[in-house]
Design a protein around this ligand. Structure first.
Ligand SMILES: NC(=O)c1ccc[n+]([C@@H]2O[C@H](COP(=O)([O-])OP(=O)(O)OC[C@H]3O[C@@H](n4cnc5c(N)ncnc54)[C@H](O)[C@@H]3O)[C@@H](O)[C@H]2O)c1
Length: 336
């Protein structure tokens, strides 16, 4: 996996700042960039991230690679923390956020503080520090429910939650502030993989289901199970971040980051149950249904050809392969 990524980095050592470094996506960025010989400074306030994620991200690295990592416990709502993080860095990968659609309805002000004010603090600190690139996590949530249409980046945006409004606002700010800084917004589809936190009821469906299955509990399907999603393995999201950071394009570009394929939740569950049985020799509990949730999108299908063409982004894990690795982590490593 490191091979295709390392191409753009051969002979270069950059200093990367990662917000949300103790989170799910952030900790995979830390791990891959250090393994690629880069210097990394990470920041997190542990709102949803953990030191365990950072320990796991660095445990397989050499001492030399580990020495190139610095961690700052800090908050993106604090401009001083953001300036300290960005001092002397070449590239900023902004992942920190209050990551939950339901929680953004419960506490829209906290959502705005972290996901708009915090975003702006990091963006302005990146500019002030003279960084060359700023890559940030947007979300497919900005599209709202596009029906069965395949969404391209120029589709109209129709945010359905405070969380999605914040991500859309971040894109607008990026457009305004993108002079002398390359900015790329990555509209992630549904990311999954090891270290995704299953303890929050608002986390990704795959981590929650796997955690329940590992404990012999039934996975809960909100709605009729016919909602569709494009599930993207976390290492492909790492790939997208690195390629976007090294890309010299127009001042601000947004890219859909997924696999280009979507599945219904019912189909997803049947693949998970099948793989689980193959690996453990046990039958996984069947799904149980609960009512649809506010703000949940019915269909999600995005075109990834812009990222393929402009970034040379190429998803390398199909659903079975990604699930295979994720199940290993949830069943055998974490809970096994
Ligand atoms: N996981 C997905 O499916 C998905 C989909 C679309 C977009 N995204 C976006 O990707 C990014 C990473 O998400 P994730 O899945 O890794 O979530 P995560 O919750 O695991 O990571 C977010 C990290 O940000 C940190 N954080 C939150 N508020 C902070 C603050 N005020 N100051 C400093 N740190 C703070 C948290 O402690 C956590 O470690 C987020 O911006 C999210 O909105 C994720």
């Amino acid at each position: 996996m490191l091979e295709p990524l390392s191409q753009g980095l051969i002979g270069s050592r950059f200093r990367w700042a990662i917000t949300g470094a103790a989170g799910f996506v952030g900790s995979h960025l830390v791990e891959s960039l250090l393994a690629l010989g880069q210097e990394v400074v990470g920041m997190d306030n542990f709102l949803s991230g953990s030191t365990k994620n950072l320990e796991e991200a660095t445990e397989k690295l050499t001492d030399d690679q580990r020495r190139r990592f610095t961690f700052i416990e800090g908050d993106i709502r604090n401009p001083e923390d953001c300036l300290a993080l960005c001092r002397g860095v070449d590239i900023v990968l902004h992942q920190a956020a209050l990551v939950s659609v339901p929680r953004s309805f419960e506490d829209p002000l906290l959502n705005n503080q972290c996901n708009v004010d915090g975003f702006l603090n990091v963006l302005l600190a990146a500019k002030k520090s003279g960084a060359r690139s700023f890559v940030y996590a947007s979300s497919a949530a900005v599209y709202g429910d596009g029906g069965e249409k395949i969404l391209t980046e120029d589709a109209s945006l129709n945010p359905k939650s405070p969380y999605a409004v914040a991500k859309m606002t971040d894109e607008l700010y990026s457009q305004v502030f993108a002079s002398d800084l390359n900015i790329a917004g990555l509209r992630y589809m549904n990311v999954y993989g090891p270290r995704q936190d299953p303890t929050s009821p608002y986390s990704g469906v795959i981590s929650i289901w796997l955690s329940r299955i590992a404990q012999g509990q039934q996975p809960v399907i909100f709605g009729d199970g016919k909602n569709t999603r494009d599930f993207i393995y976390v290492k492909d999201v790492v790939q997208a971040n690195i390629k976007a950071a090294l890309f010299k394009g127009e001042k601000h570009e947004v890219f859909n980051i997924g696999t280009g394929h979507s599945v219904t939740l019912l189909d997803l569950l049947s693949v998970i149950r099948e793989l689980y049985s193959e690996k453990t020799g046990k039958v996984a509990p069947e799904g149980t249904f609960a009512p649809f949730r506010e703000g949940d999108i019915r269909y999600s299908k995005a075109d990834i050809s812009k990222a393929e063409k402009m970034l040379n982004y190429k998803p390398t894990y199909d659903l079975r392969e990604g699930l295979d690795r994720t199940i290993d982590w949830f069943i055998f490593q974490r809970t096994g």
